[in-house]
Each structure stands twice: as structure tokens, then as C-alpha cells.
Design a binder for this molecule. Sequence first.
Ligand SMILES: NC(=O)c1ccc[n+]([C@@H]2O[C@H](COP(=O)([O-])OP(=O)(O)OC[C@H]3O[C@@H](n4cnc5c(N)ncnc54)[C@H](OP(=O)(O)O)[C@@H]3O)[C@@H](O)[C@H]2O)c1
Length: 166
Amino acid sequence: MTINLIACIDKSRGIGSNGSLLTKPPLDFPHFKKLTMGNIVVFGRSTFEEIGRPLTKRHNIVLSNQDIKLPNGVYHYKSVNQVLREYSSYAEENVELFICGGERLYNDFLPYSNKIYLTIVDHSFQEADRHFPEFSLDEWKVTSSVKNEATNEYPYDYYFVEYAKK
Ligand SMILES: NC(=O)c1ccc[n+]([C@@H]2O[C@H](COP(=O)([O-])OP(=O)(O)OC[C@H]3O[C@@H](n4cnc5c(N)ncnc54)[C@H](OP(=O)(O)O)[C@@H]3O)[C@@H](O)[C@H]2O)c1
């Protein structure tokens, strides 16, 4: 099993503003869907509430310290360690755990992650109030980078970048 962080960030590592996504590059959602399909997706409570429903054909996990009510089939955990313990039995299997945000989840899972999938938008949005953690290229290497050009529909270039732990 690999543990992956997946996020869309701006040039200043911004991910969100006022409880919503900071920006929505048009090809980002299909990219996210393709990568996560059939795998395990992990959300913080606020991000899950923002989406409002489980993602289809994926095993959905929500982290919250509260006793929250979740839709059928969504698994609730109270800590990162609880998730890691529960899924350690999948260690040898070809299943991927995708950490889908928000800010605290990315921070807390970064030390346990093997890969990072970032969509990086070539712009800094002033309104960002949530951020992806800093990580060092001494510890991570870029394994793939694909440029998407700005269009009339979306005025910024953006890149699909994959990193692997060295
Ligand atoms: N750009 C992107 O790719 C992306 C992806 C995801 C989210 N976002 C954006 O990020 C913002 C939401 O992020 P956020 O940081 O405010 O909230 P969040 O991480 O989605 O949710 C925070 C809540 O999740 C629970 N939680 C988080 N880490 C936990 C841990 N280690 N153990 C137990 N519970 C944990 C807590 O719930 P309780 O309070 O219930 O205990 C915490 O209050 C929104 O603006 C959203 O649009 C952007």
C-alpha cells in the first residue's frame, strides 16, 4: 500500500479560501478522479462536509474527533494513528491511500507518505487561508511534470506534478 497526498495548490501553496477550494483548473477534477478511482480516499471533516457525499467507487474515510453522523459506507476515524494501524494489514497489497485534505490532514500524513500528487497553478491567490505543507526537495524528487496551458476558460497555466520520497 502506498500513502499519497493529493492536492491542488497555487504558487504560494494555498489550497482553500473561506471553506471552499481556492481554484478549480478544468482538468484537475478528471485527473483526481482517474488517480483515486478504486482506492481509499481520506478527508478531514470540513472537506468532507464541503463535498457533501462519499466519492463513488472509492473507499471513503473521514477524520474527526467528534462523534459525527456520516452517510452509510463512510468510515470514521479519530486519529492518523488509528488509520495507519487499521490499514497496516494492507501493506503488501496494491491499494493506495489518497489523503485529500485539508490543511491539517496534509500536515499530519506528510511524514508517512510515499508520493505527492500536486496540481500547481501558476498564480498566487491573495485570499488563500489554508495551505499545503512545505516539503523539501532534499527528501522528495519530481518523477513527472505535465504542463496544461492557460485557456480562455481558465487564465493560468497549471502543472500536474508527481513527487516520490527519495
Ligand atoms: N486544494 C485542494 O486540493 C484542497 C483539498 C482539500 C481541501 N481543500 C480546502 O481546504 C479547506 C478545508 O481544510 P481545513 O484544513 O479547514 O479542514 P479539514 O482538514 O478538511 O477538516 C478539519 C477537521 O478534520 C478533522 N481532522 C483533521 N485532522 C485530523 C486528525 N489528524 N485527527 C482527527 N481529526 C482530524 C477535525 O475534525 P473535528 O473538528 O470534527 O474534530 C478538523 O477540525 C477548504 O477551504 C477546502 O476547500 C483544498
